[in-house]
Design a protein around this ligand. Structure first.
Ligand SMILES: *Cc1c(COP(=O)(O)O)cnc(C)c1O
Length: 422
């Protein structure tokens, strides 16, 4: 393929994410996006199966979000959030609180998911300090989990995913344990929490699906057990819904399927419909009340420069409009059946270990992948943008993907996996 001039000249100055720069296949130059399609510099179109790391829930370039962004750009792109405030941020906070339901009432904005989790952890630790309980700084998190790339969040990721041995000494020590998938595991976790006692601040989990740690599913009962354990031991329960929030699992938020509520929730990824960076950490009144005091030192000491960015908040409000005006959750639920049917043929392949679906997430887990770069290349040659990681090939398309595009996407995955052992 013809490399555009801007890429030939600029690529040597770029550092790509999660890539061995010496050996990785160069990135694909994209010049336009629309709906579920990416247009490359050479005119080729790829059907997108990733929705840009799960953000573009309405597809790319939705006119309603574009219109809201143009209007906000004219009025006020950004002002600092320290000492100033504005309508898009407050309207969004009210709407998020309404959507999340009673108890999750206070919204703190940041500009990335990792920082939203950092803020949740800081809130939880200071929640105890403000009440005079020192020493509660450990979190319980889970194997297979992913909560971000910063030092604070790496420490609560799966030990391999979070590179705990590489960065030993740099990472805070938390307790990374197995999810309580049955009553025995619950009893073990109960005993463990008892033994840690007043060292613990809270429990942190991605509800229903651990995303970047391997697209691993668990049932709602696990979340009900965690709520029970958190209550029994007086711990804060934090749900990281950065991946699962905004319809991805078939409900607006994954926790709705479990009928239990967290004390703090983190949101990002699809919050702005995939247009601008924005994240939110939303706390319950119980958490907020521990900061509400005549003591200045009880304030939450955090404040990113671009906190509450007006463009991003306007995009998020427009995205929520679309969840109200268009049948987005019904589309997510319909995708579930379509993904299950379309990926089912993979089950017959000897190198496929598991096929699983939840909401608009379709996962094919392989025995192993010998050459991931070659697998990625073959998927692109088949006309689709799918980005396998570990032993997992997954589809998380826009919730609005057209049926024929979804068929092409799933057909390409099945054909590529069937053609040879990856
Ligand atoms: C992506 C993700 C994060 C980190 O978000 P960034 O915006 O990449 O920092 C944290 N938690 C979960 C569950 C995620 O999926």
């Amino acid at each position: 393929m013809q490399t555009p001039d801007w890429m030939a000249r600029g690529q040597r100055h770029i550092w790509q994410p999660y890539a061995q720069m010496k050996t990785a296949t160069p990135p694909l130059p994209v010049v336009r996006s629309h709906g579920s399609r990416l247009e490359l510099a050479d005119g080729r179109q790829l059907i997108d199966g990733v929705a840009s790391w799960w953000t573009a829930c309405h597809g790319y370039n939705h006119p309603h979000i574009a219109q809201a962004l143009r209007a906000q750009l004219e009025a006020m792109p950004h002002v600092m959030f320290g000492g100033l405030t504005h309508e898009p941020a407050l309207t969004l906070a009210r709407r998020l609180a309404d959507l999340l339901g009673p108890g999750l009432d206070r919204v703190f904005y940041t500009d990335s998911g990792s920082v939203a989790v950092e803020v949740a952890m800081k809130m939880a630790v200071q929640f105890w300090l403000n009440q005079g309980e020192r020493g509660r700084s450990r979190f319980v998190a889970f194997r297979g989990g992913y909560h971000g790339d910063t030092f604070g969040t790496m420490a609560v990721c799966d030990p391999d995913e979070g590179m705990h041995s590489l960065f030993r000494g740099m990472l805070a020590e938390h307790d990374i344990v197995d999810l309580p998938r049955d009553e025995d595991a619950m009893a073990r976790l109960d005993a463990f929490l008892e033994s840690r006692g007043p060292q613990l601040a809270g429990i942190l989990v991605e509800p229903l699906v651990q995303g970047a740690g391997g697209m691993l599913l668990h049932d709602a009962q696990v979340l009900r057990r965690l709520r029970q354990l958190a209550d029994r031991h007086g711990l804060l329960l934090i749900f990281d819904e950065i991946f699962t929030g905004f319809g991805r699992t078939g409900t607006m938020f994954a926790f709705e399927q479990a009928g239990v509520r967290p004390d703090i929730i983190t949101l990002s990824k699809a919050l702005t419909g995939g247009t601008l960076p924005l994240a939110a950490t939303v706390a319950s009144n119980r958490v907020f009340d521990a900061f509400w005091s005549d003591e200045p030192a009880h304030a939450l000491m955090h404040g990113p420069t671009f906190m509450g960015n007006a463009m991003a908040c306007a995009a998020a409000n427009a995205s929520l409009d679309l969840f109200e005006a268009e049948p987005r959750l019904a589309q997510a639920q319909a995708l579930s059946g379509a993904l299950a049917a379309g990926l089912a043929p993979c089950r017959q392949l000897p190198w496929v270990r598991d096929v699983r679906v939840l909401g608009a997430i379709g996962v094919v887990e392989l025995d192993g992948v010998r050459d991931r770069e070659a697998l990625k290349r073959r998927l692109v040659e088949a006309g689709v943008w799918v980005r396998p990681f570990g032993n997992v090939v997954y589809l998380t398309p826009a919730l609005t993907i057209a049926p024929d595009e979804l068929d092409t996407l799933m057909g390409a995955v099945v054909a590529v996996l069937r053609a040879q052992r990856p």
